[in-house]
Design a protein around this ligand. Structure first.
Ligand code: SF4
Length: 475
């Protein structure tokens, strides 16, 4: 019998059960997510208002995953900035960046320090805009990203929302906001994919193109963070969503936003387009696994008026066939799933489709929406699944002692625990720091489900062979 989610979820007491002190956090710094999102805008440079060390940490984390250069400017707080405020550092830093990089956009994120001392960033930017240096500057989009208030996923989503809020011009009047059917027919679809890999972004573009829909993907770091080798160094790598395309999103034919946890948030990029510009919002789960991908492709079919293309229908059929082939190897295996909340939801949806039991779904996020999102995406979950919000790796390790997973799936930050437990780790999401190719891991669509499935089955077979005293060569 399937128990209602409430009977097994331990969510709801997350704030009390897990105090803010963390041992090896299962989340990352808030402005890191914002820097990643800003990297997906053409000609943009991320800029941190705070200490140099924050920029260095974030650069190290992103470079070690994407294996690409990642310049992040900073206002370089000194001791006196921390005491008297960082306005002059911010203005000098912005002026330098304008001269040295000539960016098309500056994405400004705050750090814990500038948030703690209560910096008036909008006020500083107004002052900067009034000077000669400010008048020659490109658009500056700022976002508040204190890590003591959120995770890297929050920083990412808030930066995307800030781009839409700041760059899409407000409608002149309610009448001018009425979009003509003729204009809408050639208008792009706005797609907010969330924290996807560059490989995912390319796959999403392929899926939308299969339905012949024009697309504005925001952000799009599929090239800026996974491009071909350069003949000459590029300070700002090519690729990314053009600022002009973001400005035009008020006329989009629809806005698709991924993330069942995100869908519980009232204020997002899609809701801004819906409330201010009457753009129809479609808030879906991240298309991981068969059902969530079906939902996304059904929407594309309905928006385009075209049926599912034959090659995608064939991919879907192959995926189901592979599940039949490998069923005996995965059925009732126990998975420990961790990471950003919407990644956890997507992975759980995928795993349950081919008979794996996610015995622990854990995230450092504290949205209080994880359990409901899991229930919607993976209705097969039963009392064997423990759900943890606000968890760190010490909490996850404690749960693993009794849950006895067959494998872990999530970022490379789980490697120490996997090694201690003696079980395989399927690396996915962000960050992957102990392998190459993190940026090429495919999660979405039928192709992403196929790739993850093959990796999971083969990791389990590999372990079975290693654990055997005789060794099997025919499984
Ligand atoms: S101090 Fe805050 S903003 Fe800076 S690196 Fe640490 S968590 Fe991130």
């Amino acid at each position: 019998m399937i128990a209602p989610v409430e009977s097994f979820s331990k969510v709801g007491d997350g704030e009390e059960a897990y105090p803010n002190a963390a041992t090896n956090a299962c989340k990352l710094c808030n402005p890191l997510g914002a820097c990643l999102a800003f990297r997906g805008v053409k000609g943009a440079i991320p800029f941190l208002h705070g200490s140099q060390g924050c920029a260095t940490y974030i650069r190290r984390y992103l470079i070690s995953h994407f294996r690409e250069p990642m310049d992040i400017a900073a206002s370089n707080f000194s001791e006196s900035s921390a005491v008297f405020g960082g306005a002059s550092n911010l203005k000098a830093g912005l002026a330098n960046v304008v001269v040295q990089y000539q960016p098309e956009l500056i994405g400004l994120a705050t750090t814990c320090l500038s948030e703690t001392i209560g910096e008036d960033v909008p006020g500083h930017l107004r002052d900067f805009g009034a000077t000669d240096a400010g008048r020659s500057a490109p658009p500056i989009v700022s976002v508040s990203t204190a890590s003591f208030r959120g995770t890297h996923a929050d920083g990412f989503h808030n930066a995307v929302r800030a781009l839409v809020e700041n760059l899409v011009p407000a409608p002149l009047s309610e009448i001018s906001n009425l979009r003509s059917p003729i204009a809408a027919s050639g208008a792009p679809l706005a797609l907010f994919p969330g924290m996807a890999s560059p490989a995912d972004l390319r796959e999403l573009k392929r899926l939308v193109a299969a339905f012949q829909l024009p697309l504005t993907l925001l952000p799009d770091y599929s090239e800026t963070l996974d491009g071909p080798s350069w003949a000459d160094y590029e300070k700002l790598p090519s690729g990314g969503t053009p600022v002009a395309a973001i400005r035009a999103l008020g006329q989009a034919r629809g806005a698709v936003e991924f993330g069942r946890v995100l869908a519980g948030a009232a204020h997002t990029a899609a809701t801004v387009l819906a409330t201010r510009h009457a753009v129809p919002a479609h808030r879906l789960g991240t298309p991981m696994g068969l059902r969530e991908t079906d939902r996304f492709l059904d929407l594309l079919a309905s928006l385009s008026g075209l049926p599912l293309p034959t090659d995608l229908a064939t991919e879907r059929g192959r995926l189901i066939d592979s599940w039949v082939d490998g069923h005996k190897y995965v059925f009732e295996k126990r998975a420990l799933v961790y990471g950003e909340e919407d990644l956890v939801v997507g992975l759980a949806a995928l795993l349950t489709e081919f008979g794996i039991v996610p015995v622990l779904c854990a995230s450092g996020g504290r949205s209080r929406r994880l359990a409901a999102a899991l229930r919607a995406a993976a209705p097969e979950l039963d009392e064997r699944t423990v759900i943890r919000e606000g968890a760190d790796f010490a909490d996850i390790a404690a749960e693993a002692e009794t849950l006895k997973p067959d494998f872990l799936i999530g970022s490379s930050k789980g490697y120490g625990l996997a090694r201690k437990l003696g079980v395989p780790l399927i690396r996915c999401g962000f960050p992957v720091h102990d392998r190459i190719g993190g940026q090429r891991i495919l999660h979405v669509g039928y192709a992403g489900a196929q790739s993850l499935y093959d990796r999971i089955v083969n990791a389990l077979l590999d372990r079975k062979q290693e654990d055997s005293s005789i060794g099997y060569s025919y499984l």
